[in-house]
Design a protein around this ligand. Sequence first.
Ligand code: HEM
Length: 364
Amino acid sequence: MIWVYISELLLYLSFSILTGTLIIQLVPKSLKPTILLNKRIVQLSIIGIMVFSAAPVLRLVQIFYKDQGLLEAMLNVIRSFEVGRAWSLTVVIALFFFLLVTFFPVFQNRKLTILSMAYLFALILVFAWASHSTSIANWSGFVFHTLHYAAVITWVGILLVVGWFSIDSRNWLQFLSWFTSVAVICLMFIFGSGIILMQFVLDTKDYGNAWAIPYGQALLIKHLLILPVLIFAFINGIWAKRKLEQKEKVNPLPWVKVESVALLLVFAATAVLGQQEPPLNIDQTLLNNGPSALFDFFYAGTIDTVENIQINFSNISVILFILSAIFALIMLYAFKMRASTVVSFVMGLLCTLCLYLGFMSSIQ
Ligand code: HEM
């Protein structure tokens, strides 16, 4: 199963790099640092989308091929399953996209860059079509998944491309002058659509109860991993900007890199989340599959219904929450003291870990 999670993570990464590369291409030179990009990156991202979006298809083929044989199972999945049909459409669109990028100057011609973005948007729509949210909530699931995903890969894509393909940090204040607003708008869309997507699968009052099953665990860990991302976004979007405006010497690139790595952890949690059975009926899921291994580790008794779950913040939980606040402050202090970004990153992980242990130690 790990291979499906890794493939999903690489799929989100391919979509993000493709989105970031095309958007940055449209930004005037005076509003961005010097970024080394070539169409090879776009070609590789398109191939990545074709290959890594096949994982859910192969997972289904793996179930059927023993009875039906490989070819029959492949054809059966592609013809009669949503993920199979979505994948074949993804491959067709990606192939034409690849030919466009290979034989036409998409980097030199603005119209062709915009045509490339139309292809990208078509791939985002097909991805949303095959999602949990669409299978559960049809059109509204489709629309909010598209919004959520498009906002995520726009924000993460620009961060990844500027963070890892820039060779200097000139024009940084000019870059922040537009990117900070884009990041804030994306975040608002991500949170708004994320909460709505969550409500398609889970009643908010069941948020704690869902920790008993893998989907709920993955969703909690995803949310707790977002906190360090927001702290890095504050450092990069506001604090570094203020220091640069006061003519203080700051090298922003390592901090953008560490923010993008923290975001990849959110991608990893989401890759696991997307493959778990949605908690439409938690008790039924518990009955069918038993509690999540992580929940089992923290919950002393046996559980057959979430009715029995009580959430009471014990002294231990409170101490752990205080510790996580301290680690969050050290993340900021590390930037103030110009310490290595690794220190801040590790403090971010410890902040998330203490929050997680705080919540898990509060279930009785
Ligand atoms: C930095 C912030 C976030 C990132 C990078 C992120 C990333 C993603 C990605 C890549 C997907 C698509 C998963 C797929 O279909 O395979 C997704 C889906 C989802 N996200 Fe987020 N998200 C973020 C914030 C949130 C927030 C704040 C919430 C809820 C409050 C949320 C709830 C969801 C839900 C419920 C899904 C659908 C998962 C499924 O069942 O397939 N996300 N997110």
